[in-house]
Write a protein that binds this ligand. Structure first.
Ligand code: 5GP
Length: 185
């Protein structure tokens, strides 16, 4: 049966790269584009990476009950549109969300059949190195994101699968195996 899959992981763990690889030549899984109040990073495109909105518009969508989940992460709001998830599942396709652990736990409560996958770094040191190395955040934003790691690790206990991102290749392979296994259930 086609399902809703959620991938989470701390900033810098390499979720983006893993997901990009996972979706290459894969028509069976549709990635949901989230809405956020965060400002676009260089190269990010509205409607592709996120729907970038002002706080006011975000709150309006919350009040109109348009989000299946939403959360505040590191000073910005992020939410998943309910319509997209419901329609894609109805069309018989898997849906993939790349969201934080607060949102993931909200979804698991509403839809217990959702499969939660947590991508973990090989070590905390490696995570810090990757986050600093990608160079997309200010020092302050890096510290703010690192301060979330402990809570994220705690929340990961409620996940169905933990995949260590030692290499992208390995992580993608493991996630593909999870998708196949879950779709056979
Ligand atoms: P970033 O600002 O690095 O793109 O994302 C920050 C965090 O927000 C990441 O952990 C990412 O998974 C999460 N995120 C992205 N979209 C959503 C969403 O729609 N809902 C929730 N709850 N988290 C999201």
């Amino acid at each position: 049966m086609k399902k809703l899959f959620v991938i989470s992981g701390s900033s810098g763990v390499g979720k983006g790269t893993v997901i990009k690889d996972l979706l290459k030549n894969n028509d069976d899984v549709k990635l949901s584009v989230s809405t956020t109040t965060r400002k676009p990073r260089e190269g990010e495109v509205n409607g592709v990476n996120y729907f970038f909105v002002e706080k006011e518009a975000f709150i309006k969508s919350v009040n109109n009950n348009e989000f299946i989940e939403w959360a505040e992460f590191s000073g910005n709001c992020y939410g998943t549109k309910k319509d997209f998830v419901e329609n894609t599942l109805k069309n018989g396709q898997n849906v993939l969300l790349e969201i934080d652990t607060q949102g993931a736990l909200q979804i698991k409560e509403k839809m217990p059949e959702t499969v939660l996958i947590f991508i973990a770094p090989p070590s905390l040191e490696e995570l810090k190195k990757r986050l600093i190395g990608r160079g997309t955040e200010t020092e302050e934003a890096i510290q703010k994101r690192l301060s979330c790691v402990e809570k994220e690790n705690e929340n990961s206990k409620f996940y169905d699968y933990i995949v260590v991102n030692d290499t992208v290749e390995n992580a993608v392979l493991k996630i593909k195996e999870i998708f196949n296994k879950e779709n056979q259930k």
